[in-house]
Ligand binder design. Sequence first.
Ligand SMILES: *[C@@H]1O[C@H](CO)[C@@H](O)[C@H](O)[C@H]1NC(C)=O
Ligand SMILES: *[C@@H]1O[C@H](CO)[C@@H](O)[C@H](O)[C@H]1NC(C)=O
Ligand SMILES: *[C@@H]1O[C@H](CO)[C@@H](O)[C@H](O)[C@H]1NC(C)=O
Ligand SMILES: *[C@@H]1O[C@H](CO)[C@@H](O)[C@H](O)[C@H]1NC(C)=O
Length: 440
Amino acid sequence: MRLWIASSTALALFVGAAAGKPEYHTFPSLRERAAIQDAWTAKRLEAIPSLLKKHNVDAWILSQREYAEDTVFWSFKPATSFSARRRTLMVFHTNTSSLVGARNPLTWIDNTPTVWNELRDTLEAFDPQAIALNIDSFVAFADGMHAGELELLSAQLGTKWMERTVRKPMLAVEFIATRVSEQLAVYKDMQETIWAMIAEGFSSRIITPGKTTTSDVVWWFREKMQERNVTTWFHPSVSVFRPANSSHGSSQTIHFGDMLHTDIGITAFGLNTDTQHVGYVLQPGEDDVPAGLKAGLRKSNRMQDIVLKNMQPGKTGNQVLTECLEDMAEENIAGLVYCHPIGDWGHAAGSLIGMTNLPTGVPVLGDLPILPQTYYSIELSASHFVEEWNVTIPFQQEEDVAWSDETEQWEWVWGRQEEFHIVDAAASVAPGSAPSLVVQ
Ligand SMILES: *[C@@H]1O[C@H](CO)[C@@H](O)[C@H](O)[C@H]1NC(C)=O
Ligand SMILES: *[C@@H]1O[C@H](CO)[C@@H](O)[C@H](O)[C@H]1NC(C)=O
Ligand SMILES: *[C@@H]1O[C@H](CO)[C@@H](O)[C@H](O)[C@H]1NC(C)=O
Ligand SMILES: *[C@@H]1O[C@H](CO)[C@@H](O)[C@H](O)[C@H]1NC(C)=O
């Protein structure tokens, strides 16, 4: 098994001290995790009144029913809550007067008209001038008010209050995007764990060339997550790349000389990770990865440098994307950039920097500002001609970063891949059974 020296000198600042052989972490019991998560949530909730003030609103109404929750609900619910109940109506507000100031949010869990009577009374007493509702046709995270719920809310509040309602998509986006500093240490352990999982999955312990299929490895990853007491937010993928061919999707038998790729993430503590790495299955007698493949990985590393250099908070995702594409053109790098926020969701709230189907700009979501308080998944693919294989293939990488106030830049949460995971299985294959070069 190889070590990851995740930093060369130029990158030391980005990489931090984290590199080294990744180890699995053992996470605390569910009971302990719930307490940890609730402390994070409390800290995030405390910030809501100032967020409301920032967006010039006095109140924020979230109204939802069991199984028809507002998207924002999942970011403030207690760890032991698995859905809204009955009608769960909440009013976040900026009013610190004694009548309503004590509780924030004001919460009703009821399915009788009482909830509407009390809501109207509260609004009368409190008299908010601007009331935010989560309605937006483009930003999903700001569109959590269900259509039927809005109909009823409008009828119950009447013109007086409905005229004061406003749409502030960045309110929901910023709340959902916000990480608290305490989360980073846990996120780092989650990240190291996924690295350890990929390192083990892409090794001769798990892969026997000529026998193991990509699906076998995918399901091994799933079972391994179960064993490590974490879950996931998407079914992982494993694909192979070969001289004449490459495959995504249908399962393939892994052979000597294959380049492997995985896209994989885990979920724990209400946080999600997203990682893409590459591996290589050494041919018998081979002791290193073909130079052309290594050059492809280096090219994607260079793209990572370019993205992190341009990705200053406050810029929009589309601005950053344009700058990245210019820098890539200058260095003759062909490739795609498609980075996204990550945290409460795998594809979390905030600005997108490209998408695979929108490689030069993303309407609306790409025009939001890059927020420093969220984590980002730096997802990209360098297109590289591999001389040994006489073919151009994508070198896809994905690693998560967090903004550091100290260094004033984005830093890899655990590290980034600069060397291939190696499947060195030649020794484990019985003499005579080694397949001849299996590529078509
Ligand atoms: C806060 O609510 C009180 C009633 O409880 C109301 O008198 C006051 O005007 C409100 N303050 C603001 C700033 O809206
Ligand atoms: C997973 O959880 C079970 C049950 O709490 C525990 O016995 C086991 O040690 C945990 N495994 C890991 C790898 O954390
Ligand atoms: C590529 O792989 C697919 C699936 O295994 C196979 O059907 C096809 O013939 C291969 N193409 C080449 C050019 O080898
Ligand atoms: C490389 O591939 C191209 C087609 O993509 C083909 O025309 C060419 O003959 C190949 N070169 C070698 C050396 O096989």
